[in-house]
Design a protein around this ligand. Sequence first.
Ligand SMILES: CC(C)(COP(=O)(O)OP(=O)(O)OC[C@H]1O[C@@H](n2cnc3c(N)ncnc32)[C@H](O)[C@@H]1OP(=O)(O)O)[C@@H](O)C(=O)NCCC(=O)NCCS
Length: 251
Amino acid sequence: MHPLGRPRKACDDRRVDVSPIPGLEHLPYAEVWFHEVDEERFGEASAKARALDKDGLEVWTTDRTPEVATFLAARGYEQVRRYVISELDLAAAADLGPPGRPLTSLAERPDLERALYELALECYPDQPGREGSSIGSFEHWRSWGLDPHPPDACFVALEGARPVGYGYLEVEDGQARHGFAGITRAARGRGLIRAIRLAQIAWAREHGFPTLRTANEARLTQMLALNEQQGYVRLYDELVLRGPLARRIAP
Ligand SMILES: CC(C)(COP(=O)(O)OP(=O)(O)OC[C@H]1O[C@@H](n2cnc3c(N)ncnc32)[C@H](O)[C@@H]1OP(=O)(O)O)[C@@H](O)C(=O)NCCC(=O)NCCS
């Protein structure tokens, strides 16, 4: 996923990669993934965070390894976000019909890039638990938030001529995933995200992808309800916890 959503690398269990939180670099936490944890890994992550001038960690883990959250809870860590990972089996999924709302795509309307940046500026900090996020300049944002993704799978909801929402798909290693989606505050609650989802599902099917994966913060009850209605199956949850560093070991 893009740098302001879930961290991309969740794969290497042994390396302890610690970095400032993308978009939330001002916070006193550094980000790290733990699929397993012990005093040694925790100590290493803490030392690396200290070297970045941070005094806490934002740890990503999953409910498939509950012992990680238990280890951290005993050290004062609390959950700050939770992402539900769900998947749609495109071969088995029912035909959900056309979007039923006026949509275009970035491939059809490359002139909308600036308007999408304005939307992104409004919507990124509205994600639960990501208040205060910064997406950076237009050029920086497009380098991770737009350019790497197929423009014909980036759908834009229009009200008259005005873009009021967008959502893109990420394609990597032959897999398709929902990337960020946002609807302008004034246009929320009108079912526009459903239309974008339907267009994305149709695109993924037409392009022969077997599945479509999504990650939704657990407080986005409308997205979880939509997942269920559209036939997505809940796979597991990613947990995000924050807490203090391990005590410094005396030399
Ligand atoms: C999350 C977001 C994209 C939702 O977009 P939206 O178009 O306002 O979504 P809606 O409120 O219309 O909800 C979608 C559907 O869920 C239904 N719904 C809403 N709340 C619900 C609830 N608590 N339980 C069940 N269904 C619910 C709606 O009725 C709608 O169904 P419909 O299409 O049949 O009308 C939007 O709020 C947003 O941009 N938030 C900030 C950015 C963000 O968090 N993005 C992450 C997206 S993963």
